[in-house]
Ligand binder design. Structure first.
Ligand SMILES: CC(C)(COP(=O)(O)OP(=O)(O)OC[C@H]1O[C@@H](n2cnc3c(N)ncnc32)[C@H](O)[C@@H]1OP(=O)(O)O)[C@@H](O)C(=O)NCCC(=O)NCCS
Length: 292
C-alpha cells in the first residue's frame, strides 16, 4: 500500500493503533451525522466509545485496516474481520466533510483486494437501512441484499424458555457450537466464538442434554445460532443486557420477531445484511452481529 490513487491527493495505507483517535472521531461524527439527519439515535453514544472500538479493531491481529489520508490528514477508514472463513467488512466511515467524493468506494475496493488476496469465499456487511448512499454504493460493488433486520433493544427479557437451559459457554463446547453454525450457515465462525469464550461473553443453550444453540453475546457485536426459534428465544431470554444499540433480528423470521415484540422489546432502527460471494440461505434460527 502507500500509493497515490487517481483521486487527487488521496493516499491509502494500513492503520495503526496510533490512528485510533482520528479514526474514532471520524467514525463517531460520520454515524452521528447520518443518524441525526434521519432522526435516529447514533450508533455510538460518545466519541470515547467510538475511539475505544477503533482501538480494539486496530490492535486486533485478525482485523485488517485501511486508512485514507489527504495531505497527511486522515479522512476515513475501513476494516475487515478476518477471524472466520467468511470475511466481515466494516465499520467504514468517511469524514462528513469529505463524503460523496469516491473515498468510500476506494476504501471498499481496497478491502475487496484484501478479500481476494486472502482467498475468502465471501464477504458480508450490515448496512444502516435508512442510508441510501451506503446501500447504493454496496450494491454497485456487487453486494446482494440477504436479510432485512431490526435492531432490537429494551429491558433484558429475563425469561426462561421451558426445557431449555442456558449457561456460559466453555472451551469444551466449541466443537458443538461450530457444528451448529455450519449446519445453519454452511460455514463456521470459529474465530469469533473463540474470542467470545475467552472474554466470557458466550452462552450456550442445551435441550435434552445437548447443545442446540449459542450466542457470542446477545448484542450489537455478537451473533447467535439455534436449531430452532426456541433455542434463540432462550438465549435472548437469558441475556442480562443487550450491549450497544441492540441485537440484530432477521425480521423475515416472523415468529421470532413477534416473540421479541410480545416480550417488550422495541425496534430501534432498520438494517440490512448484504453479501458478496458465498452465501447459503440459513437453515435455522440466527441473529447476525454488526460485523455480519
Ligand atoms: C457510507 C460512506 C462510507 C460512503 O462513503 P462516500 O465517500 O460518501 O461514498 P462514495 O462517494 O465513495 O460513493 C457513493 C456512491 O453511491 C452513489 N450514490 C449515492 N447516493 C445514491 C443514491 N441515492 N442512489 C444511487 N446511488 C447513489 C454515488 O453516486 C457513488 O457511486 P459511484 O461510486 O459509482 O460514483 C460514507 O458516506 C459514510 O461514512 N457514511 C456515514 C457512516 C456510514 O453509514 N457508514 C456505513 C455503515 S453501513
Amino acid at each position: 500500500m502507500g500509493s497515490i490513487d487517481e483521486v487527487k491527493d488521496l493516499r491509502l495505507r494500513s492503520g495503526t493503533v496510533d490512528d485510533a483517535t482520528a479514526c474514532g472521531t471520524i467514525c463517531y461524527e460520520a454515524f452521528k451525522a447520518i443518524a441525526e439527519a434521519h432522526k435516529f439515535t447514533p450508533d455510538f453514544p460518545s466519541v470515547e466509545v467510538a475511539i475505544g472500538v477503533m482501538n480494539s479493531l486496530l490492535s486486533h491481529p485478525k482485523f485488517y485496516s485501511v486508512v485514507a489520508e489527504i495531505d497527511g490528514r486522515i479522512v476515513g477508514s475501513n476494516f475487515l474481520d478476518e477471524r472466520n472463513v467468511i470475511a466481515g467488512l466494516g465499520p467504514i466511515t468517511v469524514d462528513p466533510t469529505a463524503q460523496n467524493r469516491s473515498i468510500g468506494r476506494k476504501l471498499m475496493e481496497n478491502a475487496h483486494e484484501r478479500v481476494a488476496k486472502g482467498k475468502f469465499p465471501g464477504v458480508r456487511l450490515i448496512q444502516a437501512g435508512y442510508h441510501t448512499r451506503s446501500l447504493s454504493l454496496y450494491a454497485k460493488l456487487g453486494y446482494l441484499v440477504r436479510e432485512p433486520l431490526a435492531c432490537m433493544q429494551g429491558p433484558a427479557a429475563g425469561i426462561a424458555v421451558s426445557d431449555c437451559n442456558v449457561r456460559t459457554a466453555l472451551e469444551s463446547d466449541i466443537d458443538a457450537c461450530n457444528r451448529i453454525c455450519h449446519e445453519i450457515h454452511g460455514h463456521q465462525r470459529a474465530g469469533e466464538l473463540n474470542d467470545a469464550i475467552a472474554k466470557g461473553t458466550a452462552t450456550v443453550v442445551e435441550r435434552d442434554g445437548r447443545v442446540t444453540g449459542y450466542a457470542t453475546m446477545v448484542g450489537f457485536f455478537g451473533h447467535a445460532v439455534g436449531e430452532t426459534n426456541r433455542d434463540v428465544e432462550a438465549l435472548i431470554g437469558a441475556a442480562t443486557e443487550f450491549a450497544g444499540p441492540g441485537f440484530l433480528l432477521p425480521i423475515r423470521n416472523g415468529e421470532l420477531f413477534q416473540w421479541c415484540l410480545q416480550h417488550g422489546l422495541r425496534v430501534t432502527q432498520p438494517m440490512t445484511l448484504m453479501s458478496k460471494g458465498f452465501y447459503e440461505q440459513p437453515n435455522g434460527a440466527f441473529l447476525p452481529s454488526i460485523l455480519y
